[in-house]
Structures are given as C-alpha cells and as structure tokens.
Design a protein around this ligand. Structure first.
Ligand code: RUQ
Ligand code: CUA
Length: 636
C-alpha cells in the first residue's frame, strides 16, 4: 500500500472512531489489536512511545525518529559539520571535530545501568577515524569526541557499552602494523596486528579516557557485545579473516571452516595495565597475551561471523556466520568452565583457543545470511537474514526452533527491537534496517534512500506496519522508551559560566588587544548588542554571543555575509565564532534563525577599515541602547 493512502486511512479511522482509537492506538505502545494504520498513527499533538536513534552511517550523524509514528524528529550532528546550527563552525564544536569533515557512524550505544538503558548518554563510533562520540541526552548535543584511538584502524566493533557503562570498546577492523611503520604488505602475518581497546567512561561525567589495549592476531575484528548477568565482566568480539589474507578477501578470507570470537575479561585486562604489565605504544598501554595471561580467549565460530549478541539473561552468546544458515549459540557457563579447567586446543599469538564442542549450546537453523540478533520479553530472539531478506523469530532455549518468519524489503542488515539488546527488552516492535529500498518509494534517481520497516511484535505473528525511508545509511539503531528521557528546553542562564558570557547589556563590549578583537555580545528578540562592530582588515575577530532568552524554542542565529560562517545560539547559551575580515568595506550580518515578528530586522553591520586604522581599545554600547535592552529584558 502506498504511504499516502495508508496515512489517509489512518486519518479517516481516527476521525470515525474518535476517542476509542485515540485511547487505544499504539501511541503509547499500547494494544496489539487494530489495523496497521491505527498502530502507527500518533494523533497531532501526541507523542511517540519511543525515541529511536539511527546511526547516520557515512553521513556521520545520528537520526532521531519517533516510534511507532516513524516520524523523523531531528538529526544530531556528530562527526560532520552541520551548517544550519553551525556545528563545526563555532570554536567549541570545531575543536571537537579536530579537522575532520567526515565520519562513518555505525553503532549507537545507549548508556546502561544494570544492563538497561538509563537515558544519560548515547555513544557512537566513527569507524574509519577510530573515534567515539558521546551525545548528552539532556540536550541531544555531541559533547565529546574521543580519538582517533591510538593503534586502532577502523573502529567497527564499537562502542557497545558494558552494563554499567564502565567501558565502551573499539577493535581494529583492518589490521595494520602496530606501531604503524614502513613495512611490506606481504609481511602481513608477521608485522600486522589486531587491537582491542577498552575505553573507560567516567561514571559521573561520561568523559571517555584510555583504559587498556590488547594486541590480537591480525584478523578482521568485526562486532561486539557486552556480557551481562552471569557473563558480566566479559566483552565479546567476532572476527573474520582468520586466514590472514591481505588481498582478495572476498575469496581468501572465506577459506576456513571456522573463525573466532574473542572473550575479553576486561577487569583482568584493566588490572594488568594498572599493575604495569603493558607496553606503551603511541601513548596507549598495550597488553600482549603472549606475556600477560588470562585476559582473552578465542572460541571457534563457523563461517565468517558478523554479529555477536548476548541474550537478555546473559547466559547465551549468539554468533551469526554470514555464510551459514545457522546462528551458533554458545553457553557462557560452558565457556567459563572450559577456561577454568584450562581446556585449550592451542593458542593464537598468546590467546588460548577453546574447543567449539566444549562451548556450543545449540545451532538454530534460521535461514541464509544471518547477521544480527535482538530479543523480546517473551524469550524470543529475532535474527536478520541478509540473503533471505527476512527476519527469523526463534525460541531462546530448547527446542531452539524457528517459530515465525517475515519478509522484509530488501536485504536487511541490522535490526532494532525495542530495548532489544538490554536485560529487559519490551517486546513491542522491531525495525528492519534494510540496505536496499529499490521500488518502495517515489523514484529520486539512481541513489535510493535506505529503507526502514516497523514490525509489530506484540501478536503471535510478526506484522509489518509501516515503511519509512532514511538517509544514508543507518547500520545499527536503538530505541528507548520515551519516558526515560527528559531533555531540557533552555540552558539556565544562571548556570552559564562560559568564558565569553554576557548577561547584562552593560557588559556587552568590543575589546581590542593588538589585532585580536573580542566581541562580547548578547542577543534577545530582536536585537544584536552590539549591532555595529568596527574592525580592521586582517583582524582576528572572535564573536561571543550569549542568547539571553529563557523561552522554549527561541534560538537566534548569527550568519555573516560572504562567508561560510553561521551558527545557532540556543536560549541561555553562549557560543564563540572566529572570523577574519579579508576585505575592507561594509560586511552585514543577520539572525539566520526565525525568532520573532521582527526577525528580519535582526541584523547588524561590521565596518571593516584598512589595516592599521585607529580603533578604540574598548567600545561599549551607549546609555540609550543599554536602557532599551534592559527594558526588553525586564519585560520578559
Ligand atoms: S554492521 S549491517 Cu556496522 Cu552489520 Cu552494518
Ligand atoms: Cu533572532 Cu531571528
């Protein structure tokens, strides 16, 4: 059914059924009865039951959607400049981006307490540049970008937080020499290394810092998940290319029947670093399993695994072999028993290998191309099948059988179940994150959008409810119950202690020291103070604007003509932007964010005089302007 007509039906239903529909529709993730249209319809003015965070892939951002309506609510700039709000343009975000204008974000990781989402932070990786960002869910802003993490090349198995957010992880997808140096690629097996990094997260501030690194065999480390419950303290990582091929991987890396997943005892690894057992390489403490024992083990997995997913109880580790029609389910109790009994088959560069049969619990015949698994609250797992373009629902536990399948369109990668990777999944929905959309939307030329599909899990059978397009390219996504998040609506001015802050018109000023000019200004509907700024050609000008508004949704903008300079200043916020006047003349600026009836009047001029023109050391607004602004503020 076409999207338009489905929506039409939804509206008609709401009108005819009135309060009945409004009361029981899936607005709050409620009843399972009713048509698909009812189940996704969220009445105007009502809100969704879940926030969904979809990674922006090589767009470098995070998309926020409401579920079940599937409405795109906002995009959070993370690894890529964003001109509308000026992310990457103001001094603070520019410094955070560190000169990069691109990132490839794959896996959002919500912070957890006791294995459940706690709504504090969202972490996300930039694979190619081995960085991890932390978004504060108080204001949906990127607050830290950690990295490039030394020695990691392509942080794909990243960030996958531990159950109390003690750590986020990264592992090298491409092995390279560590330290990287002048070598021949043919010496791959000898000189290249994999690295797994445990990045500490400060429990109060969320600030990330280096914990430990472990030197691994030069396989391609792929995905990760944290142990919980009985497996708390362990982190699991799949790999492919245990063949150690360095070219034509699509053939050469699929030769072995078995690759591995690694089980890392992160407490033991941190302890070894704290006891001084690591070697410092590029500033990171690196543990070598050939010298430091009991930190990492390898367990065989058939056929080039991709996803590794721990079930809600923490007893089972589920690995998907891409070239196999089964999910291999391992028992953590068996893994632990084999480790404790030192039942090893051998080792790979110091990491002991366990026996497949000693660790395996079950093989679930899910179908072709299994990639990722999520869970519900009724003891079921859901595995995405890339080759079959299906989701398989199966029982976690005997008889380990598939109980339902649903077609998706087309070629599913990840899937996101509601809180489906926590200790307490809610079992309401799963969203298929499809790699191809082909004919599902209006044709917009050769590049189609990605396709996401909302599927209801509440009935006995999975039911497809809705299709919605997404921009390039969600890999993983997570959804959290909306009532767990309480974002602020303004930055309290009283708490603003930014260096450039100005809270009273009397304090607004332009200060000059040599050719550095600092404009300490304030913005309030509908005026820049100062709105005339006098500088000389070649000056180094810093505009520090404070938005004195304390009303919901009243942001101002600051855009300079004939430049790439624009930023948004939100209520109560101070932001700094650096600008160098290159030509003499008059250079207007204006408020770029619609703010009031007199938004169009909210503008100013920068007078740029010739180099060396006489300028005052300090310029303040005149008494009349101060009085006017203070009257404005008093009237708020
Ligand atoms: S990975 S599906 Cu990062 Cu599965 Cu993309
Ligand atoms: Cu301020 Cu528009």
């Amino acid at each position: 059914m076409r999207r338009g007509s489905r929506f039409g039906i939804a509206v008609a239903l709401a009108v005819t059924l009135g309060a009945v529909v409004a009361g029981c529709v899936a607005t709050k993730g409620g009843g399972a009865a009713g048509s698909a249209a009812e189940k996704v319809y969220v009445k105007p003015g009502e809100k969704d039951a879940y926030y969904a965070f979809l990674s922006g892939g090589h767009h470098g951002n995070v998309y926020v959607y409401g579920i079940p309506s599937c409405r795109h609510i906002t995009t959070i700039p993370v690894f890529t400049p964003e001109p509308a709000v000026g992310y990457g343009n103001d001094e603070e975000s520019k410094a955070m981006l560190g000169g990069y204008t691109w990132g490839d974000a794959h896996h959002p990781g919500l912070s957890e307490t006791d294995g459940d989402y706690d709504g504090r932070w969202l972490f996300i990786n930039d694979m190619p540049n081995a960085r991890i960002a932390r978004i504060d869910l108080k204001d949906f802003k990127t607050r830290q970008i950690y990295g490039p993490i030394p020695n990691i090349s392509a942080a794909h198995a990243c960030p996958f937080p531990t159950p109390n957010t003690e750590y986020v992880f990264a592992a090298s997808r491409f092995s390279v020499p560590v330290p990287n140096r002048d070598v021949k690629v043919e010496d791959y097996a000898k000189d290249f290394k994999g690295i797994i990094a445990g990045i500490k997260v400060d429990p109060k501030s969320g600030e990330m810092s280096m914990g430990f690194e472990i030197q691994m065999p030069p396989f391609d480390w792929d995905l990760s998940d944290a142990g919980k419950g009985p497996s708390l303290g362990w982190q699991f990582f799949t790999c492919y290319n245990s063949e150690m091929a360095y070219d034509s991987l699509e053939i050469k890396a699929s030769q072995n029947e078995m690759d591995y997943f690694a089980a890392v005892d992160w407490r033991a690894a941190q302890k070894a670093v704290d006891e001084g057992k690591a070697t410092t390489i590029n500033g990171a403490p690196v543990l070598d399993p050939q010298k430091v024992k009991d930190i990492v083990y390898l367990i065989p997995v058939p056929k080039s695994p991709h996803g590794v997913d721990v079930d809600p109880s923490g007893q089972y580790v589920c690995c998907s072999g891409k070239l196999q029609a089964e999910v291999s389910v391992y028992s953590f109790a068996k893994i632990k028993a084999a480790i404790d009994a030192k039942k090893f088959e051998g080792d790979k560069m110091g990491a002991p290998t366990l026996k497949f049969e000693d660790c395996l619990e079950a093989k679930v015949p899910v179908g072709l191309g299994p990639l990722h698994t999520q869970f519900d609250n009724k003891g079921n797992a859901y595995t995405s099948l890339f080759l079959d373009s299906q989701i398989a629902k199966w029982k976690v536990g005997p008889p380990w059988n598939v109980v339902d399948k649903i077609d998706v369109y087309y070629s599913i990668g990840h899937l996101m179940a509601s809180e489906g990777d926590t200790r307490h999944p809610t079992g309401d929905y799963v969203v298929a994150l499809d790699k191809l959309s082909k004919d599902r939307y209006l044709n917009v030329g050769p590049t189609h959008p990605e396709a996401a599909q909302l599927i209801d899990l509440r009935g006995p059978k999975m039911e497809l409810l809705y299709d919605f397009p997404t921009y390039l390219e969600p890999h993983y996504a997570q959804m959290i119950k909306a009532d767990k998040l309480h974002p602020i609506t303004v930055y309290p001015l009283a708490e603003n202690e930014k260096p450039g802050v100005v809270k009273r018109a009397e304090d607004a000023r332009v200060e000059r020291k040599g050719n550095r000019v600092d404009v300490y200004g304030l913005v309030v509907r509908s005026h820049f103070t100062p709105d005339i700024v006098k500088v000389n050609q070649g000056d180094d000008v810093y505009f520090h604007w404070t938005n004195l508004e304390q009303d919901d949704d009243i942001a101002h903008g600051f855009g300079i003509l004939w430049s790439s300079k624009n930023m948004q200043i939100e209520p109560g916020e101070t932001k700094t932007m650096r600008w160098t006047p290159e030509k003499t003349g008059i250079n207007p600026f204006y408020c770029s964010n619609f703010c009031s009836a007199l938004h169009q009047e909210m503008q100013g001029y920068i007078e740029v005089r010739a180099k060396g023109s006489p300028q005052a050391a300090i310029v303040r607004p005149d008494a009349k302007t101060i009085a006017e602004i203070n009257a404005l503020l008093a009237a708020r």
